[in-house]
Design a protein around this ligand. Structure first.
Ligand SMILES: [Zn+2]
Length: 228
């Protein structure tokens, strides 16, 4: 060995190691698929996929990861932890439980209005978000950032203040309206148009199971019988 290799910043190395551990934890929930050839709802192809609904199925993992997010934001007082969607709500409970300010947990509802995404805060929660209230936003996965930006707008509309954003996973290309974002895993993976996809060119079979839900991928449901 000759020549002095530039020494890596120990803080950066530690962050890298921690990110690997968090990714391993997400893999153990079965949510994370790597080295695959996946069809995305957008019609593009990619090598990695994360099944959002599986991410928070292991309570001890969710509590542990929520604790890491809470620790990161422990130095800032937080009155309210706000999220939308069931997975993010489970995580936000774990974050709030571990944060020294003992914040309350509230959640908005996601919906669509004429093809546009919308976030609504139930009227019962509105007295908890007032001018000056310090709000920590929690998401499970941030892929486009649209929901988070809507949540920020909602909080600011009520005169409250966004302390920061915590999430399990973030696509690194996402910008979130100038707020500090802390993610346990930050990754970006290339997506390809089918005609330019190198995996298609290599003849790797395309995994369509996350888009074309058929057979065993169909949701289970039951229904109340009709009155006879
Ligand atoms: Zn392909």
């Amino acid at each position: 060995m000759s020549g002095a290799a530039p020494k890596k910043d120990p803080v950066a190395v530690e962050a890298e190691v921690r990110e690997k551990i968090h990714l391993e934890i997400l893999k153990r929930t079965g949510a994370y698929h790597a080295n695959d050839h996946v069809l995305l709802p957008s019609g593009q192809h990619t090598t990695e996929y994360i099944e959002k609904t599986l991410v928070t199925t292991e309570p001890s993992f969710t509590e542990g990861l929520g604790g890491v997010i809470a620790k990161h934001f422990a130095q800032w007082p937080v009155d309210v932890v706000l999220s939308t969607g069931p997975g993010a709500l489970i995580l936000s409970h774990c974050v709030a439980r571990a944060h020294p300010s003992r914040p309350v947990v509230v959640y908005g509802a996601k919906g669509l209005s004429r093809g546009k995404r919308r976030v609504t805060l139930p009227a019962e929660f509105q007295r908890l978000l007032r001018p000056g209230t310090k709000v920590l936003l929690i998401e499970d996965l941030v892929s486009s950032g649209t929901t988070l930006n809507l949540l920020i707008e909602l909080v600011e509309q009520l005169g409250a203040h966004v302390v920061g954003v915590g999430c399990l996973w973030r696509r690194t290309s996402v910008e979130v309206d100038g707020k500090p974002v802390f993610s346990l895993v930050s990754r970006d993976f290339p997506t390809y148009n089918p005609e330019e996809c190198p995996l298609c060119r290599k003849g790797v079979p395309l995994n369509e199971e996350f888009v074309r839900r058929s057979g065993h991928r169909r949701p289970s449901s039951v229904q109340e019988p009709n009155p006879s």
